[in-house]
Design a protein around this ligand. Structure first.
Ligand code: HSE
Length: 438
Protein backbone atom coordinates (compact mmCIF):
# COMPACT_ATOMS: atom_id res chain seq x y z
CA UNK A 1 0.00 0.00 0.00
CA UNK A 2 1.22 3.53 -0.80
CA UNK A 3 2.21 6.10 1.83
CA UNK A 4 -0.74 7.46 3.86
CA UNK A 5 -2.27 10.74 2.71
CA UNK A 6 -1.80 13.21 5.57
CA UNK A 7 -4.69 15.63 5.91
CA UNK A 8 -4.78 18.98 7.73
CA UNK A 9 -8.17 20.52 8.47
CA UNK A 10 -8.66 24.24 9.17
CA UNK A 11 -12.05 25.08 10.68
CA UNK A 12 -13.63 22.68 13.13
CA UNK A 13 -17.28 23.73 13.03
CA UNK A 14 -20.10 21.31 12.24
CA UNK A 15 -18.62 20.40 8.84
CA UNK A 16 -15.03 20.01 10.09
CA UNK A 17 -16.09 17.74 12.94
CA UNK A 18 -18.24 15.71 10.54
CA UNK A 19 -15.29 15.26 8.14
CA UNK A 20 -13.21 13.83 11.01
CA UNK A 21 -16.10 11.51 11.90
CA UNK A 22 -16.64 10.32 8.31
CA UNK A 23 -12.93 9.73 7.62
CA UNK A 24 -12.81 7.61 10.76
CA UNK A 25 -16.03 5.72 10.00
CA UNK A 26 -15.05 5.02 6.37
CA UNK A 27 -11.31 4.51 7.00
CA UNK A 28 -11.16 0.88 5.85
CA UNK A 29 -13.36 1.38 2.79
CA UNK A 30 -11.44 4.50 1.73
CA UNK A 31 -8.08 2.76 2.16
CA UNK A 32 -9.33 -0.15 0.07
CA UNK A 33 -10.69 2.03 -2.74
CA UNK A 34 -7.85 4.58 -2.87
CA UNK A 35 -4.99 2.18 -2.13
CA UNK A 36 -3.69 4.27 0.75
CA UNK A 37 -4.68 5.21 4.29
CA UNK A 38 -6.15 8.68 4.77
CA UNK A 39 -5.07 10.17 8.10
CA UNK A 40 -5.93 13.50 9.69
CA UNK A 41 -2.62 14.61 11.21
CA UNK A 42 -3.19 18.26 12.10
CA UNK A 43 -6.00 20.75 12.67
CA UNK A 44 -6.54 24.46 13.20
CA UNK A 45 -9.45 26.32 14.78
CA UNK A 46 -10.06 29.38 16.90
CA UNK A 47 -10.98 27.73 20.20
CA UNK A 48 -8.90 24.79 21.35
CA UNK A 49 -11.05 23.97 24.39
CA UNK A 50 -14.44 23.76 22.66
CA UNK A 51 -16.22 20.38 22.82
CA UNK A 52 -16.90 19.36 19.21
CA UNK A 53 -18.10 15.85 19.88
CA UNK A 54 -14.95 14.40 18.25
CA UNK A 55 -11.59 13.68 19.84
CA UNK A 56 -8.96 16.00 18.32
CA UNK A 57 -6.28 15.38 20.96
CA UNK A 58 -4.23 13.10 18.69
CA UNK A 59 -3.86 15.78 16.00
CA UNK A 60 -1.17 18.45 15.95
CA UNK A 61 -2.84 21.78 16.81
CA UNK A 62 -2.17 25.02 14.89
CA UNK A 63 -3.55 28.33 16.08
CA UNK A 64 -2.66 29.84 12.70
CA UNK A 65 -4.32 28.20 9.65
CA UNK A 66 -1.57 29.53 7.36
CA UNK A 67 1.04 27.70 9.43
CA UNK A 68 -1.05 24.52 9.10
CA UNK A 69 -1.44 25.08 5.34
CA UNK A 70 2.33 25.12 4.80
CA UNK A 71 3.26 22.55 7.48
CA UNK A 72 5.46 19.59 6.44
CA UNK A 73 3.06 17.47 8.57
CA UNK A 74 0.39 17.50 5.87
CA UNK A 75 0.02 16.59 2.17
CA UNK A 76 -3.51 17.94 1.71
CA UNK A 77 -5.10 21.06 3.18
CA UNK A 78 -8.86 21.15 3.87
CA UNK A 79 -10.25 24.69 4.26
CA UNK A 80 -13.52 24.92 6.20
CA UNK A 81 -13.06 28.39 7.69
CA UNK A 82 -15.32 30.34 5.32
CA UNK A 83 -15.24 33.93 4.08
CA UNK A 84 -13.87 35.32 0.83
CA UNK A 85 -10.85 37.06 2.39
CA UNK A 86 -8.91 36.87 5.65
CA UNK A 87 -7.54 33.60 6.99
CA UNK A 88 -9.42 31.38 4.50
CA UNK A 89 -7.93 33.09 1.44
CA UNK A 90 -4.49 33.44 3.02
CA UNK A 91 -4.38 29.77 4.02
CA UNK A 92 -5.62 28.42 0.67
CA UNK A 93 -3.13 30.57 -1.24
CA UNK A 94 -0.34 29.51 1.10
CA UNK A 95 -1.20 25.80 0.75
CA UNK A 96 -1.30 25.97 -3.06
CA UNK A 97 1.89 28.03 -3.06
CA UNK A 98 3.55 25.32 -0.97
CA UNK A 99 2.51 22.73 -3.55
CA UNK A 100 -0.24 21.11 -1.45
CA UNK A 101 -3.60 20.10 -2.84
CA UNK A 102 -6.59 21.90 -1.35
CA UNK A 103 -10.17 20.83 -0.65
CA UNK A 104 -12.58 23.63 0.24
CA UNK A 105 -16.30 24.15 0.83
CA UNK A 106 -15.88 27.91 0.47
CA UNK A 107 -18.21 29.16 -2.28
CA UNK A 108 -17.64 32.85 -1.46
CA UNK A 109 -13.86 32.43 -1.84
CA UNK A 110 -14.22 30.58 -5.14
CA UNK A 111 -16.79 33.02 -6.53
CA UNK A 112 -14.40 35.91 -5.88
CA UNK A 113 -10.96 34.37 -6.36
CA UNK A 114 -11.71 31.13 -8.21
CA UNK A 115 -9.70 32.05 -11.29
CA UNK A 116 -6.51 33.08 -9.49
CA UNK A 117 -6.71 30.06 -7.17
CA UNK A 118 -7.25 27.67 -10.11
CA UNK A 119 -4.25 29.25 -11.85
CA UNK A 120 -2.10 28.73 -8.73
CA UNK A 121 -3.20 25.08 -8.49
CA UNK A 122 -2.41 24.60 -12.19
CA UNK A 123 1.03 26.23 -11.86
CA UNK A 124 1.90 23.95 -8.95
CA UNK A 125 0.27 20.86 -10.52
CA UNK A 126 -1.87 20.22 -7.46
CA UNK A 127 -5.61 19.74 -7.01
CA UNK A 128 -8.10 22.41 -6.01
CA UNK A 129 -11.34 20.57 -5.23
CA UNK A 130 -14.64 22.10 -4.10
CA UNK A 131 -17.52 19.64 -4.41
CA UNK A 132 -18.89 20.82 -1.05
CA UNK A 133 -19.10 24.45 -2.14
CA UNK A 134 -22.31 24.01 -4.15
CA UNK A 135 -25.50 22.28 -2.99
CA UNK A 136 -23.92 20.52 0.03
CA UNK A 137 -24.14 16.76 -0.40
CA UNK A 138 -25.27 16.78 -4.06
CA UNK A 139 -22.32 15.78 -6.30
CA UNK A 140 -23.08 18.52 -8.82
CA UNK A 141 -19.49 19.60 -9.49
CA UNK A 142 -18.44 16.12 -10.54
CA UNK A 143 -21.67 15.66 -12.50
CA UNK A 144 -21.05 18.77 -14.58
CA UNK A 145 -17.28 18.40 -14.93
CA UNK A 146 -16.98 14.66 -15.55
CA UNK A 147 -20.39 13.00 -15.71
CA UNK A 148 -21.78 15.15 -18.53
CA UNK A 149 -18.58 15.49 -20.57
CA UNK A 150 -20.42 14.12 -23.62
CA UNK A 151 -23.08 16.83 -23.54
CA UNK A 152 -23.49 20.39 -24.66
CA UNK A 153 -25.30 22.10 -21.79
CA UNK A 154 -28.10 24.52 -22.54
CA UNK A 155 -29.21 25.53 -19.05
CA UNK A 156 -28.35 24.77 -15.43
CA UNK A 157 -30.73 26.04 -12.80
CA UNK A 158 -31.81 25.20 -9.34
CA UNK A 159 -32.55 25.77 -5.70
CA UNK A 160 -29.12 26.43 -4.26
CA UNK A 161 -29.94 27.98 -0.90
CA UNK A 162 -31.64 25.89 1.76
CA UNK A 163 -32.50 28.88 3.95
CA UNK A 164 -34.54 30.61 1.24
CA UNK A 165 -36.31 27.41 0.22
CA UNK A 166 -37.10 26.70 3.87
CA UNK A 167 -38.55 30.21 4.33
CA UNK A 168 -40.65 30.14 1.13
CA UNK A 169 -41.90 26.59 1.85
CA UNK A 170 -43.04 27.43 5.38
CA UNK A 171 -44.63 30.72 4.32
CA UNK A 172 -46.56 28.88 1.62
CA UNK A 173 -47.57 25.80 3.62
CA UNK A 174 -48.16 27.38 7.03
CA UNK A 175 -49.01 30.99 6.16
CA UNK A 176 -46.21 32.22 8.47
CA UNK A 177 -44.47 35.58 8.14
CA UNK A 178 -41.10 35.95 6.45
CA UNK A 179 -39.48 37.16 9.71
CA UNK A 180 -40.77 34.20 11.73
CA UNK A 181 -39.45 31.67 9.17
CA UNK A 182 -36.05 33.38 8.96
CA UNK A 183 -35.69 33.24 12.75
CA UNK A 184 -36.37 29.48 12.68
CA UNK A 185 -33.85 28.97 9.84
CA UNK A 186 -31.21 30.76 11.92
CA UNK A 187 -32.10 28.76 15.04
CA UNK A 188 -31.77 25.50 13.05
CA UNK A 189 -28.34 26.53 11.75
CA UNK A 190 -29.18 26.72 8.02
CA UNK A 191 -28.48 30.42 7.56
CA UNK A 192 -25.10 32.02 6.87
CA UNK A 193 -23.48 34.02 9.69
CA UNK A 194 -24.94 37.09 7.97
CA UNK A 195 -28.39 35.95 6.74
CA UNK A 196 -28.55 38.74 4.15
CA UNK A 197 -26.20 36.49 2.16
CA UNK A 198 -29.02 33.93 2.05
CA UNK A 199 -32.14 36.05 1.67
CA UNK A 200 -30.50 38.63 -0.59
CA UNK A 201 -29.57 35.90 -3.09
CA UNK A 202 -25.78 36.34 -2.75
CA UNK A 203 -25.09 32.82 -1.45
CA UNK A 204 -27.03 31.44 -4.44
CA UNK A 205 -25.04 33.74 -6.74
CA UNK A 206 -21.71 32.46 -5.37
CA UNK A 207 -22.80 28.89 -6.10
CA UNK A 208 -24.21 29.79 -9.52
CA UNK A 209 -20.92 31.46 -10.49
CA UNK A 210 -19.17 28.12 -9.91
CA UNK A 211 -21.81 26.08 -11.76
CA UNK A 212 -21.74 28.44 -14.77
CA UNK A 213 -17.99 28.03 -15.18
CA UNK A 214 -18.30 24.24 -15.01
CA UNK A 215 -21.30 24.02 -17.33
CA UNK A 216 -20.21 26.49 -20.02
CA UNK A 217 -16.40 26.61 -19.84
CA UNK A 218 -16.45 30.26 -18.77
CA UNK A 219 -14.44 32.22 -16.21
CA UNK A 220 -15.95 32.36 -12.73
CA UNK A 221 -17.48 35.82 -12.50
CA UNK A 222 -20.04 36.54 -9.78
CA UNK A 223 -20.16 40.17 -10.98
CA UNK A 224 -21.85 39.01 -14.19
CA UNK A 225 -24.88 37.71 -12.26
CA UNK A 226 -28.11 39.67 -11.85
CA UNK A 227 -29.11 39.13 -8.19
CA UNK A 228 -32.45 39.66 -6.41
CA UNK A 229 -33.43 38.18 -3.05
CA UNK A 230 -36.69 36.95 -1.56
CA UNK A 231 -37.38 39.89 0.77
CA UNK A 232 -40.16 41.28 -1.42
CA UNK A 233 -42.16 38.02 -1.64
CA UNK A 234 -45.45 38.23 0.26
CA UNK A 235 -48.03 35.69 1.38
CA UNK A 236 -50.31 37.20 -1.30
CA UNK A 237 -47.78 36.22 -4.01
CA UNK A 238 -47.46 32.69 -2.67
CA UNK A 239 -51.25 32.34 -2.60
CA UNK A 240 -51.69 33.70 -6.13
CA UNK A 241 -48.93 31.42 -7.38
CA UNK A 242 -50.71 28.44 -5.85
CA UNK A 243 -54.00 29.39 -7.50
CA UNK A 244 -52.33 29.84 -10.88
CA UNK A 245 -50.54 26.48 -10.73
CA UNK A 246 -47.08 27.71 -9.72
CA UNK A 247 -44.72 27.76 -6.75
CA UNK A 248 -42.24 30.53 -5.96
CA UNK A 249 -38.61 29.45 -5.55
CA UNK A 250 -35.37 31.39 -5.32
CA UNK A 251 -33.53 30.04 -8.36
CA UNK A 252 -30.05 30.48 -9.73
CA UNK A 253 -30.24 30.18 -13.52
CA UNK A 254 -27.42 30.05 -16.06
CA UNK A 255 -28.60 29.71 -19.63
CA UNK A 256 -27.08 29.75 -23.08
CA UNK A 257 -28.98 32.31 -25.19
CA UNK A 258 -28.34 33.94 -28.55
CA UNK A 259 -27.01 36.93 -26.57
CA UNK A 260 -24.52 34.86 -24.57
CA UNK A 261 -24.64 33.14 -21.16
CA UNK A 262 -27.41 34.69 -19.09
CA UNK A 263 -26.80 34.41 -15.31
CA UNK A 264 -29.48 35.45 -12.83
CA UNK A 265 -30.66 34.81 -9.28
CA UNK A 266 -34.20 35.86 -8.36
CA UNK A 267 -37.50 34.60 -6.98
CA UNK A 268 -39.06 32.59 -9.77
CA UNK A 269 -42.46 31.09 -10.57
CA UNK A 270 -42.03 27.43 -11.47
CA UNK A 271 -44.93 25.26 -12.71
CA UNK A 272 -46.18 22.98 -9.95
CA UNK A 273 -45.62 20.02 -12.26
CA UNK A 274 -41.84 20.70 -12.48
CA UNK A 275 -39.24 18.74 -10.51
CA UNK A 276 -38.05 21.89 -8.74
CA UNK A 277 -41.55 22.81 -7.52
CA UNK A 278 -41.71 19.66 -5.44
CA UNK A 279 -38.51 20.48 -3.55
CA UNK A 280 -39.52 21.86 -0.17
CA UNK A 281 -37.69 22.87 2.99
CA UNK A 282 -33.91 23.05 3.29
CA UNK A 283 -33.39 20.60 0.39
CA UNK A 284 -31.49 21.76 -2.72
CA UNK A 285 -32.03 20.67 -6.33
CA UNK A 286 -30.27 21.35 -9.62
CA UNK A 287 -31.72 20.71 -13.08
CA UNK A 288 -29.49 20.49 -16.13
CA UNK A 289 -30.79 20.71 -19.70
CA UNK A 290 -28.26 19.09 -22.01
CA UNK A 291 -28.42 17.73 -25.55
CA UNK A 292 -27.69 14.06 -24.88
CA UNK A 293 -29.33 13.45 -21.49
CA UNK A 294 -32.13 16.01 -22.14
CA UNK A 295 -33.12 16.82 -18.57
CA UNK A 296 -31.42 15.70 -15.37
CA UNK A 297 -32.37 16.77 -11.84
CA UNK A 298 -30.33 16.07 -8.72
CA UNK A 299 -32.08 16.57 -5.39
CA UNK A 300 -30.52 16.35 -1.94
CA UNK A 301 -29.39 18.00 1.26
CA UNK A 302 -27.88 21.41 0.54
CA UNK A 303 -26.54 22.12 3.99
CA UNK A 304 -25.73 20.37 7.26
CA UNK A 305 -22.58 18.83 8.71
CA UNK A 306 -22.69 15.25 7.46
CA UNK A 307 -24.07 16.07 3.99
CA UNK A 308 -21.39 18.70 3.36
CA UNK A 309 -18.70 16.43 4.86
CA UNK A 310 -19.77 13.72 2.40
CA UNK A 311 -18.73 16.01 -0.47
CA UNK A 312 -15.46 17.00 1.26
CA UNK A 313 -14.55 13.34 1.79
CA UNK A 314 -15.33 12.52 -1.86
CA UNK A 315 -12.78 15.16 -2.91
CA UNK A 316 -10.20 13.84 -0.42
CA UNK A 317 -10.75 10.35 -1.81
CA UNK A 318 -10.15 11.55 -5.40
CA UNK A 319 -6.91 13.24 -4.37
CA UNK A 320 -5.79 10.11 -2.52
CA UNK A 321 -6.31 8.23 -5.82
CA UNK A 322 -4.14 10.78 -7.63
CA UNK A 323 -7.01 12.34 -9.58
CA UNK A 324 -6.26 15.98 -10.39
CA UNK A 325 -8.95 17.47 -12.63
CA UNK A 326 -8.65 21.03 -13.88
CA UNK A 327 -10.68 22.82 -11.17
CA UNK A 328 -13.23 24.26 -13.62
CA UNK A 329 -12.97 21.50 -16.19
CA UNK A 330 -10.59 23.30 -18.59
CA UNK A 331 -7.14 24.87 -18.23
CA UNK A 332 -7.72 28.36 -16.82
CA UNK A 333 -6.36 29.97 -20.02
CA UNK A 334 -9.10 28.18 -22.02
CA UNK A 335 -12.00 29.47 -19.89
CA UNK A 336 -13.81 32.21 -21.78
CA UNK A 337 -15.00 35.52 -20.41
CA UNK A 338 -18.82 35.59 -20.27
CA UNK A 339 -19.94 39.22 -20.41
CA UNK A 340 -22.82 40.29 -18.18
CA UNK A 341 -26.14 40.26 -20.00
CA UNK A 342 -28.43 42.98 -18.60
CA UNK A 343 -31.61 41.45 -17.18
CA UNK A 344 -33.62 43.93 -19.28
CA UNK A 345 -32.72 41.69 -22.22
CA UNK A 346 -34.19 38.59 -20.56
CA UNK A 347 -37.09 37.02 -22.41
CA UNK A 348 -39.71 34.95 -20.66
CA UNK A 349 -43.14 34.94 -19.05
CA UNK A 350 -43.97 37.27 -16.18
CA UNK A 351 -46.23 37.26 -13.13
CA UNK A 352 -47.31 40.82 -12.33
CA UNK A 353 -49.30 41.70 -9.19
CA UNK A 354 -50.80 45.17 -9.11
CA UNK A 355 -52.61 46.88 -6.28
CA UNK A 356 -55.28 48.79 -8.17
CA UNK A 357 -57.71 51.57 -7.21
CA UNK A 358 -60.90 49.89 -8.38
CA UNK A 359 -62.29 52.66 -10.61
CA UNK A 360 -64.00 52.31 -13.96
CA UNK A 361 -61.37 52.12 -16.69
CA UNK A 362 -58.55 50.77 -14.51
CA UNK A 363 -58.50 47.26 -16.00
CA UNK A 364 -58.93 48.66 -19.52
CA UNK A 365 -56.00 51.06 -19.03
CA UNK A 366 -53.74 48.27 -17.77
CA UNK A 367 -54.69 46.00 -20.68
CA UNK A 368 -54.13 48.88 -23.13
CA UNK A 369 -50.63 49.61 -21.81
CA UNK A 370 -49.74 45.94 -22.27
CA UNK A 371 -51.33 45.69 -25.75
CA UNK A 372 -49.56 48.86 -26.93
CA UNK A 373 -46.29 47.00 -26.47
CA UNK A 374 -47.48 43.70 -27.96
CA UNK A 375 -47.46 42.00 -24.53
CA UNK A 376 -49.85 39.09 -24.71
CA UNK A 377 -51.66 38.16 -21.50
CA UNK A 378 -52.13 34.50 -20.65
CA UNK A 379 -54.38 35.20 -17.67
CA UNK A 380 -55.83 38.05 -15.63
CA UNK A 381 -57.16 37.57 -12.11
CA UNK A 382 -58.86 40.23 -10.01
CA UNK A 383 -59.98 39.71 -6.45
CA UNK A 384 -63.10 41.36 -5.08
CA UNK A 385 -62.39 43.41 -2.00
CA UNK A 386 -66.11 43.65 -1.19
CA UNK A 387 -68.92 41.14 -0.84
CA UNK A 388 -70.91 39.99 -3.88
CA UNK A 389 -73.54 42.54 -4.89
CA UNK A 390 -72.01 45.32 -2.81
CA UNK A 391 -71.01 48.65 -4.31
CA UNK A 392 -67.69 48.87 -6.09
CA UNK A 393 -64.90 49.47 -3.57
CA UNK A 394 -63.52 52.96 -3.13
CA UNK A 395 -59.94 54.21 -3.51
CA UNK A 396 -59.41 53.37 0.16
CA UNK A 397 -59.59 49.63 -0.59
CA UNK A 398 -57.40 48.83 -3.59
CA UNK A 399 -57.83 45.38 -5.13
CA UNK A 400 -55.11 43.00 -6.26
CA UNK A 401 -54.95 42.32 -10.00
CA UNK A 402 -52.64 39.52 -11.11
CA UNK A 403 -51.48 39.19 -14.72
CA UNK A 404 -49.53 36.35 -16.32
CA UNK A 405 -47.86 37.23 -19.61
CA UNK A 406 -46.73 35.02 -22.45
CA UNK A 407 -43.01 35.27 -23.26
CA UNK A 408 -41.88 38.82 -23.79
CA UNK A 409 -38.84 40.92 -23.01
CA UNK A 410 -38.16 42.38 -19.59
CA UNK A 411 -37.48 45.86 -20.98
CA UNK A 412 -40.93 45.95 -22.57
CA UNK A 413 -42.65 44.72 -19.39
CA UNK A 414 -40.91 47.40 -17.31
CA UNK A 415 -41.85 50.09 -19.87
CA UNK A 416 -45.51 49.02 -19.81
CA UNK A 417 -45.55 49.06 -16.01
CA UNK A 418 -44.01 52.54 -15.91
CA UNK A 419 -46.89 53.67 -18.12
CA UNK A 420 -49.45 51.93 -15.85
CA UNK A 421 -47.94 53.67 -12.82
CA UNK A 422 -48.08 57.03 -14.63
CA UNK A 423 -51.81 56.47 -15.37
CA UNK A 424 -52.41 56.77 -11.61
CA UNK A 425 -54.52 53.65 -11.03
CA UNK A 426 -52.04 51.90 -8.74
CA UNK A 427 -51.96 52.12 -4.94
CA UNK A 428 -48.41 50.76 -4.69
CA UNK A 429 -45.44 49.61 -6.77
CA UNK A 430 -46.02 46.60 -9.06
CA UNK A 431 -44.65 43.21 -8.00
CA UNK A 432 -42.94 41.38 -10.88
CA UNK A 433 -41.78 37.75 -10.72
CA UNK A 434 -40.17 35.99 -13.68
CA UNK A 435 -41.57 32.62 -14.77
CA UNK A 436 -39.11 29.81 -15.55
CA UNK A 437 -40.52 27.30 -18.00
CA UNK A 438 -39.46 23.64 -18.02
N1 HSE B 1 -26.68 29.07 4.11
C1 HSE B 1 -26.55 28.05 3.13
C2 HSE B 1 -27.96 27.58 2.78
C3 HSE B 1 -25.72 26.91 3.66
O1 HSE B 1 -28.93 28.00 3.41
O2 HSE B 1 -28.10 26.82 1.84
C4 HSE B 1 -25.10 26.06 2.61
O3 HSE B 1 -24.29 26.78 1.74
Amino acid sequence: MAEPLRVGIAGLGTVGASVIRLLDRQAAALAASTGRAIKVTAVSARDRSRDRGVDVSAFKWFDDPVALATSPDIDLFVELIGGDEGPARAAVEAALGAGKSVVTANKALLAKHGMSLAQRAEDKRVALAFEASVAGGIPIVKTLREGLAGNSIQRVYGILNGTCNYILSRMELEGLSFEECLKDAQRLGYAEADPTFDIGGFDTAHKLAILTALAFGTQVDAEAIHVEGIQSITLADLKSAEELGYRIKLLGVAQRTDKGIEQRVHPTMVPKSSSLAEVMGVTNAVTIDADAVKELTLVGPGAGGMATASAVVADISDIAKGIRSAPFGLPTSALEKAPRIPVQRHEGGYYIRLSVHDRPGAAAAIATRMAERQISLQSIMQRHASARGARAPSDATPVPVVLITYATSEAVVREALDAVVADGYLAGPPQVIRIERE
